[in-house]
Structures are given as C-alpha cells and as structure tokens.
Design a protein around this ligand. Structure first.
Ligand SMILES: Nc1nc2c(ncn2[C@@H]2O[C@H](COP(=O)(O)OP(=O)(O)OP(=O)(O)O)[C@@H](O)[C@H]2O)c(=O)[nH]1
Ligand SMILES: [Mg+2]
Length: 322
C-alpha cells in the first residue's frame, strides 16, 4: 500500500452513533448477584480479556466484584486473532503495572494452554484437599470463558469430555446463562465455575462501545446497526494497516468505501440478502479471515485515554449535582 493510500485510509471515523451504547440486560444483573454470592468459596478468580481489545475488554465492573485480597489471574484469550507484538506489550503491562499473573492463550486452537495449567497446579492451593480448588472465570460476553473450561477438560486425561458434559459455547454473546461449576483437573482436584459474560453497566464511551460491538461482546443489531459495526471494523483494519481483506474479498486495492467493501464480500459469498451478507462479513472478521488485528492502541495510550474519559465522567457528574 502506498503512503498516500495509507494516509487517505487513516482519516477519522465518521459514523459514531449518536445514542449511548449501553447494554446491561436483566440476566447480567442476576449474574452479578450470583458471582458475588459464590465469591467466598473461590480460591482464584480467572479474569478473561479478549486480545483484540485487551484494554477495552478489561471489565471495570469486575474490579468492584472481586475482593482485593482474592487471588486473581488474567487470561488474554484469542491470541490467534491478535497482533502478536501488541500481545507481548499487554502481557508486560499487566505484569508490571497491574501486577497480576497473566497468560496469553488461544483456547479454541489449544495454543499456550499448558503454562496456565501449570500455574494452577503449582500456585493454587485448596483450602481443603477433599473439596479441591474452586476457581471462578469471568469477563465480558463472548471472550471465550466457556471455551477455556472445555479446553482445560480436553487436556485432562482423567475427565471424560463430550459435548454434553462441557460448557456451552457459541459465536454470539450471552450463551452462558447460569453460574455452573465444572471439574477441570483431577490432580489436584480443581473445579472452575463458569459465569455469564457481563458488560459494564455504562460502557465508557462510544469508541469503547464500537470496539466491543466489533469483537461481538455486544449483541449485533441491538444498539448499533450491523452496518455501523462493519464500517468501524473497516476503518480499524485500514487504520492498523491490516489489508488481508483486499485479496480475501477480491478487491483491487484497500478502500474506505463501505459499498466497495460490501461488493467485494458479495463476490466471495455469492447471492444473499444484504442482512445475511452483513452477518457473513462480521463472521469473517471475528474468525480472523480478514487478518489478525489488535484494535486497542498500546497500553499506555489506552490508560491515558481511559483516564481522560473517567475525568470527563467525573466532571459531568459534578455539573449535574450543581
Ligand atoms: N479464534 C478464536 N475463537 C475463540 C477462542 N476462544 C473462544 N473462541 C470463540 O469465541 C466464541 C465465544 O466463545 P465462548 O466460550 O462461548 O465465550 P464466553 O465468554 O463463554 O461467552 P458468553 O458465555 O456468551 O459470555 C465462540 O465462537 C468460540 O469458538 C480463541 O482462542 N480463538
Ligand atoms: Mg460462556
């Protein structure tokens, strides 16, 4: 891609929704209560984040639910879909700044799972050996929590695993609806409690909201039109120089024009309704067919952006009180 084309494609995103992206359905409120009620018996909390949005998928509501003295690790999942250099930056940041043990993983592809297993085996001691270790897994919707449980079960020889006995997984958010414990290891005996994904009641701002829509953490079409999410994805692909979509969709060159992009997708997917085409494009992106991308910027930039947003919110609240 020439420098001129790259600059052209880096222009600002012009389709920010005017309505606030705010998605916290009733079952999440219930899940929040259930997580709190089971927290006491948990030896370790496993917080899952999505490496395509490693900062934005850090759910600050969980920080309120997990007691400060609870052991906690962060699993950065979907490593196969993210930019590996950015993954390393986030692992370093989480270890050095957040001061949590953390692991990258692709639960679906069974990559880098062993380090996490070894951590559980050696670092987590059950309070009562007969009862075993009790861990809880939590995070935003669709980050791969249930897939991680199933992957741990597959890796354990002494656990019979089949579709029925594992955790339910699926490509749309909110597949897990209840808080359920699964045996994931036999030596030491270890259970992992699956929980429904929860969002933050007020997603910080619309940039954060769009990022969560892009990775499928907010249900498609519920607040933001599919087309807006796709426009945002295209903007970010161009912004980060990830142009695999050009050959995948039989295009001549990178584009920031939605119609041209959609025409390319149609040439691959064939005749279907516009709605189904949009669903296919979202699926292509989320399965990594349009290339590996980390949408969030590096951790320091994101931390500063978050600080500014929280400051803005604080000022707005002060103004309301006046
Ligand atoms: N490419 C890739 N896909 C993954 C990975 N882990 C999970 N997935 C996919 O992500 C989607 C969501 O996985 P789930 O395990 O259901 O996610 P969850 O966090 O339990 O979702 P909720 O229960 O709905 O909150 C599924 O389509 C999985 O196949 C991964 O490491 N890489
Ligand atoms: Mg689940």
């Amino acid at each position: 891609m020439s420098k001129a084309t790259r600059n052209l494609l880096k222009s600002d995103f012009a389709y920010y929704p005017t309505q606030k992206i705010n998605w916290f359905p009733g079952h999440m409120r219930k899940a929040k209560r259930q997580i709190l009620s089971q927290m006491r018996k948990v030896d370790l909390f496993v917080e899952v984040r999505d490496l395509r949005v490693p900062f934005t998928s850090h759910n600050i509501l969980l920080d309120e639910l997990i007691p400060k003295d609870k052991k906690r690790v962060v699993v950065y999942n979907k490593a196969d879909l993210a930019n590996p250099k950015m993954t390393q930056k986030y692992l370093k940041y989480t270890r050095e700044v957040e001061k949590y043990d953390c692991f990258e993983m692709s639960a679906k592809k069974h990559i880098h799972v062993d380090k996490f297993i070894s951590h559980i085996k050696h670092k987590v001691n059950p309070r009562f050996s007969t009862i075993g270790n009790w861990m809880m897994i939590g995070g935003n919707p669709n980050v791969g929590k249930s897939t991680i449980i199933n992957t741990l079960r597959v890796k354990e020889d002494n656990i019979e695993h089949n579709r029925k006995s594992g955790a339910r997984v699926g490509a749309v958010p909110c597949i897990t609806r209840s808080v359920t414990g699964f045996k994931v290891m036999t030596n030491p005996l270890t259970y992992l409690i699956d929980t429904p994904g929860i969002t933050q009641p007020k997603i910080l701002n619309n940039e954060d909201g769009l990022r969560l829509c892009a990775v499928g953490s907010i249900r498609d079409g519920i607040i933001i039109e599919h087309e807006t999410t796709i426009r945002y994805i295209l903007y970010q692909l161009n912004n980060k120089g990830v142009t695999k979509y050009v050959s995948f969709y039989n295009l001549k060159e990178p584009t920031d024009d939605f119609e041209t992009f959609a025409r390319g997708a149609r040439s691959l997917h064939g005749r279907m309704s516009h709605h189904n085409l949009e669903i296919s494009i979202l699926k292509d992106f989320r399965e990594g067919k349009l290339g590996r991308i980390t949408i969030d910027e590096d951790p320091e930039t994101e931390a500063e952006r978050r600080r500014q947003i929280l400051e803005e919110i604080r000022l707005q609240e002060l103004e309301k009180q006046d």
